[in-house]
Design a binder for this molecule. Sequence first.
Ligand code: NAD
Length: 498
Amino acid sequence: MASTLHHWAGGKEFTGTSGKFGDVTDPATGAVTVQVPFASTADADQVITAAAEAFPGWRDTSLTKRTQIMFRFRELLNERKDEVAQLITAEHGKVLSDATGEVTRGLEVVEFACGMPHLLKGGFTEQASTGVDVHSVRQPLGVVGIISPFNFPIMVPLWFTPVAIAAGNTVVLKPSEKDPSAALWMAELWQQAGLPDGVFNVLNGDKTAVDALLTDQRVASISFVGSTPIAQYVYETATANGKRVQALGGAKNHMVVLPDADLDLAADQAVNAGYGSAGERCMAISAVVAVGDIADELVDKIKTRTEALKTGDGRRGSDMGPLVTAQAKERVTGFIAEGEQAGATLVVDGRTVSPDADGSGGFFVGPTLFDHVGTEMSIYTAEIFGPVLSVIRVDSYQQAIELINANPYGNGTAIFTNDGGAARRFSNEVQVGMIGINVPIPVPMSYYSFGGWKSSLFGDTHAHGTEGVHFFTRGKVITSRWLDPSHGGINLGFPQND
Ligand code: NAD
């Protein structure tokens, strides 16, 4: 029988009382490896209580001490990143190098948060009015909730957690029930770094756990990342409960290839960005928009590269691993069948893949390439979230930009060209939050902020960078006058400056 995981509250494992568990599988073999508890409302209450009780002490801990813990956490995470990468591959399925890459991108946010003393510095105006000074501070919110998706089990929690903690908040993280072990591993690492008990907590579960976070009056904010329908639900429910919310949703990312582009570079990058992590990235390219008469040559180059990819167990040096669950595999193969029926040209069919893995229980779909995809087809309109790349042929730059701007999502996009003027115009006109110029996956550095537009973000604040610091703090402005012998006596008029 598979062993069971736990929640993490107040620096200790906590089994919970719900008696409900979900299976966590190894996607490369299909075997159930552990079971994760699904919190009841009472379990959630206990975890939130641990965070609420830890808040006053953590808020009052000096910035120097908080920052020292951040530096220690950074060192530990860096030293032990291979360990968590193994855990991620075993539950998510992505290949080991990709799992290590995700840890490294999360580490960058920890490094950013190590600079919190500088980021929290307020402003000061001396003699704003006669004898009056004004200064501003930013203070932590309290208990903050983070709800993360399956596709980046450590990087997405790290988009928020270090910034929230360094700013003086306490955290309840609700990881994806599909790959929860990385979050629990991180909880122990925070403890080893010296973080006081209760500052970082993990609540495992499904909708019941999420709803508890969205409605509990002690939770001040919600940072959510996941699919668009759930992002919208989380945004509406949590804001109705008086919380500050940033809810990052799904995506359909286009890569425009102009006729003057280096087609070998474009083909390499379409393959990297389309099939990396088996397409289970919110910044994956799923639609290649070929402009003008380059389409035949481009498709040919992508096809050659796609056919050379090795699909298999992420621990065996494969290029691409399995999908996360059996349901994900069924969904993606369903889309491939729909694309074929709708009349798109199936250039490479991933359903026929022979993976390098033990047994036949893994959730593998090989890289799949469609050409002549129409914008009414489900393979274009849906976020497939699998290794399926669609090529759409258009005649002009204008058609390409209209296509992207008409799409309900606006997470990331890229243009491949050697024409600086065209690239500049694209970055100005496109209605998308993150733009790559000859860069297929333009994930911003940690000191910029990550987030999309339109149905890819509910709320107005992106993750990490200065927007993240702003999200996890509230501003206060203090106007002060130190009494001197000439104070003005009684005046009921509205304060005016002199
Ligand atoms: P998901 O929406 O199914 O789940 C996300 C989280 O919400 C999980 O913790 C899950 O337990 C919880 N959840 C699921 N159903 C719920 C419900 N009915 N009520 C309350 N909570 C619920 O997403 P996923 O499949 O884990 O992740 C893939 C999705 O995340 C894709 O759409 C992808 O584009 C998106 N994503 C977006 C970004 C971004 O930055 N915009 C980043 C990563 C992933």
